[in-house]
Design a protein around this ligand. Structure first.
Ligand code: NAP
Length: 179
């Protein structure tokens, strides 16, 4: 478990040109990066955007899916929430660490509440249709961990560098107790 119960963290990966999504999946195919994501969020309660949720084959129990659609039908163990804040409250109430796992619109609404952001910078441009929100001020957060590795990207066959970063936000905003 990467974080302690009660901590709100986010995790994502972004290409050098700011892309994070393509055709409702990732722009790249790097199994080691996906395995890092799975390891990091293991045992956590997740807050997930509806589009990202629909792209996932496996969604763990205690997942809170953000959607404005009250008729949304979800897999067992998942709950719909109408706002990111409601998702964070629900996830905190499980007593587990909380991970916001995207996509872009959910990062954009959730980052203010996050104590920690795990960001993998993939050191190459990729074609995509969804950008990582440019206004998340990670440059002002404290960089607490950094690791670099090179992996083969399966679609291109090329070796790409991945920089695994962990940031802490100096003063995260408290999650409002009601919407
Ligand atoms: N690189 C990475 O680390 C990473 C991580 C996650 C996802 N992704 C990629 O990102 C892309 C998806 O991102 P996205 O931004 O298009 O979609 P998303 O955030 O996954 O989902 C968007 C949907 O979530 C709901 N939603 C989002 N913000 C909301 C809010 N503040 N209040 C209420 N509902 C809200 C809405 O659902 P309704 O339409 O149902 O109301 C909205 O249409 C995909 O390509 C995915 O693979 C990449």
């Amino acid at each position: 478990m990467a974080e302690k119960p009660g901590v709100i963290a986010a995790i994502g990966a972004v290409a050098a040109n700011g892309m994070l999504g393509l055709d409702n999946w990732l722009p790249w195919d790097i199994p080691e990066e996906l395995a890092y994501f799975e390891r990091t969020v293991e045992g956590a309660a997740l807050v997930i955007g509806r589009a990202t949720y629909e792209s996932m084959d496996v969604v763990p129990a205690d997942s809170f899916v953000v959607s404005r659609n009250p008729a949304l039908s979800l897999r067992p163990g998942c709950r719909r929430v109408a706002t990111v804040e409601a998702g964070l409250r629900g996830a905190l109430a499980t007593g587990k660490p909380v991970f916001v796992i995207g996509g872009a619109s959910v990062y954009a609404a959730a980052w203010r509440y996050c104590q920690v952001f795990y960001l993998t910078r993939i050191e190459r441009d990729f074609a995509g249709d969804t950008l990582f929100p440019a206004d998340i001020p990670l440059a002002e957060w404290r960089l607490t961990d950094e690791r670099h590795a090179c992996y083969r990207e399966r679609k291109s066959g090329e070796i790409v560098g991945c920089r695994f970063l962990r940031y802490e936000q100096p003063v995260p905003r408290p999650v409002p107790t009601a919407d």
